[in-house]
Ligand binder design. Structure first.
Ligand code: G
Ligand code: G
Ligand code: MN
Ligand code: NA
Length: 257
């Protein structure tokens, strides 16, 4: 059977899973998680989204899969709230999902059904999703914002769009792309630091928070703290984890800060 035939049945056969990777604040507390899709293929093992999301988009399966992801992640994050410790959940959405006329309504419905506080929900968008018809993109982002969600720009600094959208659109969070973070501690250290420093200054001047992704070393983490980065995500803390292991981390006393 071809992979796409397997993918058609993956949802009904319960083969899709969400893994979770923490976003850690400057005090070493988990303040958010990114939900990351995995496919547990019966023969091929765990398949990463880069290998099947494009196929799911072509087959139109990304719509039901995306809705499933939201429902699963929202109810999971409700269970992970602890007194005095709100934790947000960040979701990746496909451009196909995002452009669908029913997208806003789906988000609203899943929020209602799961009871998740909308202010604890972050939608991660890439810059490429913001190009195209400006009136409809702006409308859609404003509608999401009006539901109470926060919007983040993923892989920030790698797109080709101009920066003008940052003051036009209701963006709350910039995620510094991991390629800049991985420059720290290499022969591209100087330029990596300059770019990161500039992104953080830009974000903070515009009233946005900054997440660094792909943080793998203490050197990178310490530099990011020194320039005011609000949240750290990466293998330095942990790779994405299945819910049972994530829960263990959540209830452990403290991460290195
Ligand atoms: O987990 P991994 O590093 O393999 O993720 C690769 C990419 O897959 C991420 O950059 C992310 O944008 C995308 N991805 C992960 N989970 C989801 C999801 O639930 N929906 C969509 N559309 N993309 C996802
Ligand atoms: O593009 P997006 O940010 O949605 O991708 C998230 C993915 O990045 C995760 O699924 C994970 O597999 C990967 N990732 C997370 N932390 C690290 C890291 O520290 N280093 C590298 N190389 N990849 C990471
Ligand atoms: Mn992401
Ligand atoms: Na990213």
């Amino acid at each position: 059977l071809r992979l796409e035939n397997y993918l058609r049945r993956a949802l009904e056969r319960n083969e899709l899973d969400l893994y979770y990777q923490p976003k850690v604040n400057r005090q070493g507390q988990i303040v958010a998680v990114e939900a990351l899709l995995r496919w547990k293929h019966p023969d091929l093992g765990i398949i990463a989204p880069s290998r099947f999301v494009p196929m799911a988009e072509e087959l139109g399966l990304i719509i039901p899969i995306g809705t499933w992801c939201m429902a699963r992640a929202f109810s999971q994050i409700c269970q992970w709230q602890r007194p005095g410790r709100p934790i947000s959940v960040a979701m990746n959405v496909s451009i196909i999902q995002f452009s669908q006329p029913g997208f806003i309504e789906t988000v609203r419905t899943v929020l209602d059904e799961t009871g998740l506080d909308p202010s604890l929900c972050i939608i991660e968008l890439t810059e490429s999703m913001l190009i195209g018809d400006q009136a409809s993109v702006t409308q859609r982002l404003n509608d999401l914002r009006a539901l109470g969600l926060k919007l983040a720009i993923d892989d920030f600094g790698t797109g080709y769009s101009s920066l003008g959208y940052l003051r036009r659109l209701p963006i709350s969070i910039l995620k510094i792309d991991r390629t800049f973070v991985s420059d720290i501690g290499t022969d591209r250290d100087d330029s990596g630091r300059a770019i990161i420093n500039s992104i953080i200054n830009l974000a903070h001047h515009l009233g946005m928070q900054v997440v660094a992704e792909g943080v793998e070393t203490q050197l990178q983490r310490d530099f990011l703290h020194s320039v005011g980065c609000d949240m750290i995500q990466g293998f330095f803390y942990t790779e994405p984890l299945p819910p049972s292991l994530f829960e263990y981390l959540l209830d452990s006393p403290r991460l290195p800060s």
